[in-house]
Design a protein around this ligand. Structure first.
Ligand code: 5AD
Ligand code: SF4
Length: 473
């Protein structure tokens, strides 16, 4: 089980197909259907892909039966993610029989990892495109139209799609993702991302700020700056050689407007600087929430994972965050049952969770990924039963911590950005506070709000996953 509250890997969105609101079907001769899996970066990439396809005359649709092109934007992070996609692919067999011209494309990390092999293994796939090759999609579609299977999985050292204005797919019109960098250089030994997304590169600062400004002008109230490791953002201006780091970028985006909220994800504990923390403190509109994956609480395991920090170092970082911003919420990613993990390592993980008092966590069983250092050099020697039991204990710990954190919010007031009607009832609004906690409150006739407004809410009740409150103003 994963908690749903963070937006990095929103399980509720997995496999969702999106279509753009501005889609005017009359202009488009052919329609594409795109379904995204995995992290927020993939959902953001799908918006870039939609933009590339729109400019070549393809319109988006949410209905797979009416599509001429079906794309799955895939994830390779765990074996299960790939199995889900394989299963989904088999469901298009029938559609292909009914519509002979229909093309099926696999995009993203699985395309990159498996390359041409995917075409042999999944006969119905016509197009395979890796994360750095989306600009070539229109050509690849032409190739596939003429009956040749088309593959482009070239990785790039430069591609950031900086000049492409993403088409917002199925957005709530309030919050949007903005990609600030691509790739990852960290080589955590368990992780396939450096192989599927290539080397790290930062996007032009001005193009990021402009995209955020445009979003704000269109009525958006929240941007989440996305990267595999945002704290190593480093952009060198080709005109004058000056460098911008993540703190500089944050400051530039924060200055667009005090009523535009800024979030970011993901932070690597080794790279987040005091400068970033001070910038967060300086601007009220930078949300007080950091996703700071620990992965394990055992220094020995962390070393095997190549995380480059010790348990003590991580805890010192958490302490520093709380010193600078006592109200800052912290969340984590945790892997249960990594190679050689013993009971005492697992206890260290539970203990570091307790000491860090995470508001949320994403918790996973270790899944060996071909090609990674761990797959090549270590034994996946923790049996599945033990992995499952440890994961259950980790989840239980997190549930307890989330509840404890929410209890402390009773009686506090917070600013909530309204995202829409609560799922349970139209008589309630739902939104998030700065700490990224979901807050639900009753609509009151005397206080008229709309989606995208900020409300000041006093917290009166809680569950482990949600806060409930009463609007003050
Ligand atoms: N097995 C399990 N979890 C993994 N993650 C990355 N690779 C693996 C793997 N092989 C988790 C890490 C990372 C998150 C995005 O996914 O916790 O932070
Ligand atoms: Fe994977 Fe580590 Fe890079 Fe995150 S920082 S994407 S876990 S290699």
């Amino acid at each position: 089980m994963e908690l749903f509250t963070d937006k990095t890997i929103d399980k509720t969105r997995q496999g969702e197909a999106f279509s753009s609101e501005e889609n005017n079907q009359h202009h488009f001769s052919r329609k594409f259907f795109i379904e995204s899996y995995g992290c927020a970066m993939n959902f953001s990439d799908s918006e870039i892909i939609a933009s590339i396809l729109h400019s070549k005359g393809f319109g988006s649709t949410k209905i797979e039966e009416e599509a001429d092109l079906i794309f799955l934007n895939t994830c390779s992070i765990r074996e299960k993610a790939e199995l889900t996609v394989r299963k989904r692919l088999t469901e298009f067999k029938k559609l292909k029989k009914k519509r002979p011209g229909l093309l099926v494309g696999v995009l993203g990390c699985m395309a990159e990892r498996l390359k041409g092999k995917l075409l042999e293994e999944e006969k119905l796939v016509d197009i395979v495109v890796g994360p750095d090759a989306y600009r070539t999609l229109p050509n690849l579609i032409d190739e596939a139209d003429s009956g040749t299977k088309a593959v482009n999985v070239l990785l790039s050292r430069e591609e950031t799609y900086a000049d492409i204005s993403p088409i917002r797919l199925n957005s709530n019109g309030v919050s949007a993702f903005v990609s600030i960098m691509r790739g990852c250089n960290n080589m955590c030994s368990f992780c396939v991302v450096p192989f599927t997304r290539g080397r790290e590169r930062s996007r032009d600062l001005h193009s990021i700020v402009n995209e955020c400004k445009e979003l704000y002008n269109q009525g958006y109230k929240e941007v989440t700056l996305l990267g595999q490791n945002v704290d190593s953002y480093n952009w060198v201006d080709p005109n004058n050689g000056s460098e911008a780091d993540f703190a500089t970028l944050l400051e530039n985006v924060a200055q667009i407007s005090p009523s535009l909220r800024i979030r970011f994800s993901t932070s690597h504990p080794k790279d987040i600087t005091d400068n970033v923390l001070f910038t967060m403190r300086k601007y009220d509109n930078i949300c007080k929430y950091i996703h700071l994956p620990v992965q394990s609480g055992s220094t020995r395991v962390l070393q095997l994972m190549n995380r480059t920090y010790t348990r003590e170092w991580y805890l010192a970082k958490v302490k520093r965050i709380k010193e600078i911003m006592p109200e800052c919420a912290i969340s984590s990613d945790i892997i249960a049952g990594f190679c050689t993990e013993e009971e005492k390592d697992h206890q260290d993980t539970l203990d570091i969770m307790r000491q860090s008092a995470y508001e949320f966590s994403y918790m996973f069983i270790y899944s060996e990924r071909p090609g990674t250092l761990a797959a090549k050099s270590y034994n996946d020697d923790v049996d599945l039963e033990t992995k499952k039991r440890r994961l259950a204990e980790i989840i239980e710990m997190q549930n307890k911590l989330s509840l404890e954190s929410n209890i402390k919010d009773i009686g506090k007031t917070c600013e909530v950005l309204i995202e829409g009607n609560s799922k349970r009832s139209d008589a309630h609004w739902v939104g998030r506070n700065s700490q990224n906690k979901v807050v639900i409150f009753e609509k009151e006739p005397s206080k008229q709000f709309k989606k995208g407004d900020y409300a000041i809410v006093e917290i009166t009740e809680y569950t482990q996953a949600t806060l409930f409150g009463k609007v003050i103003r």
